[in-house]
Design a binder for this molecule. Structure first.
Ligand SMILES: Nc1ncnc2c1ncn2[C@@H]1O[C@H](COP(=O)(O)OP(=O)(O)OP(=O)(O)O)[C@@H](O)[C@H]1O
Ligand SMILES: [Mg+2]
Length: 304
């Protein structure tokens, strides 16, 4: 797990950030950045580089490896610190609070601003970058992809999708993004997976989710990672979140992904609310209704 670097921020000097962004720049060209290139990249003297390297190594913001040469790489903590500094310079956020959730591919914290917001650091590439790269269109055509690139692209995609969907689709309002991190409104409610709906609410909630997916499709997107873990339910309604895998509707697999999204939801509802949602609902027909309309046929899952 990646340590929360918020507590280190006050101790870091501008020169520490020069060093971190120097390492970041070097990582565009090689996985491990040569020590002797750092004065140039970081715009610091040799002596200053020595001193900053030690401080950043102590805090595990960078790591060192000696192969043929001595190389340095940012850690996720170092990358987090760079994003956090940017958000704070832009006055997007004033401080980082408690965790809201740790997913497979993201760490989410509450952050302070004029109101409570949520900060999500993308972690794609942290463990299973091979698998992630295979699934994602924006990395599919690259041979060597660093975790840093993969995580940044995921954040960009998530932010782009949310910006084009908000406010027509019930997604968290996107506020800002930088590197592998996004800031958005904090939503209320609990994950569908942990909510216990009244039986008579189940059909209504599923219907709401499908309606959101239909609007999403109209606006040009398929979520492509829909499940009971990426929908929040509250008194006030539902929120669909976790959009980094979203694909445009003209993507060659868009229809397949939409069908998979629909099938995931149907499977979950039919298992948890077997008297309300039919096991035999026609996934393809529902996906077709979402993609092509008319929307009414969506009630096809309702056994009554
Ligand atoms: N805007 C938000 N407001 C409040 N809580 C949030 C917000 N975004 C995310 N969370 C919490 O953090 C958890 C992880 O978020 P999200 O699903 O976006 O990340 P992830 O790591 O990509 O998930 P996954 O494990 O599905 O890949 C969510 O389940 C939710 O509890
Ligand atoms: Mg999720």
């Amino acid at each position: 797990m990646v340590r929360n670097v918020a507590g280190d921020m006050a101790e870091l000097a501008p020169e520490d950030f020069y060093l971190l962004s120097g390492v970041e720049q070097g990582m565009r060209f090689s996985e491990w950045v040569r020590r002797d290139k750092l004065p140039d990249y970081a715009d610091l003297t040799r002596e200053e580089v020595e001193f900053r390297i030690d401080r950043c190594l102590d805090r595990e913001l960078i790591q060192r490896k000696t192969i043929q040469y001595e190389g340095y790489q940012l850690t996720f903590e170092g990358y987090d610190a760079l994003a956090l500094r940017t958000f704070s310079e832009r006055e997007t956020i004033d401080g980082v609070g408690s965790p809201l959730g740790f997913g497979k591919e993201g760490d989410v914290y509450e952050v302070q601003s004029f109101k409570p917001l949520a900060l999500k650091y993308h972690r794609e590439g942290y463990t299973n970058f091979r698998e992630v790269n295979r699934e994602r269109e924006y990395t599919a055509d690259r041979d060597h992809v660093s975790w840093l690139y993969t995580a940044r692209k995921a954040a960009e995609r998530e932010y782009e999708a949310m910006e084009s969907l908000y406010p027509d689709v019930s997604v968290p309002r996107p506020v800002d993004h930088n590197r592998h991190a996004i800031v958005m409104d904090k939503f209320d409610g609990v994950e569908l997976a942990r909510a216990t709906l009244e039986p008579e609410q189940a059909v209504g909630v599923l219907d709401l989710v499908f309606r959101e997916l239909a609007t999403t499709y109209d606006l040009g997107w398929v979520h492509a990672d829909m499940s009971e873990h990426n929908v929040a339910v509250a008194e006030s309604g539902i929120t669909i979140f976790d959009w980094p895998q979203a694909v445009p509707v003209d993507h060659e697999n868009a229809r397949e992904f939409l069908e998979r999204d629909v099938a995931n939801l149907l499977r979950y509802f039919a298992r948890k609310y077997p008297h309300e949602v039919s096991r035999d609902a026609d996934t393809d027909a529902i996906a077709a209704a979402i993609a092509d309309g008319p929307f009414e046929t969506i009630r096809a899952f309702d056994p009554s």
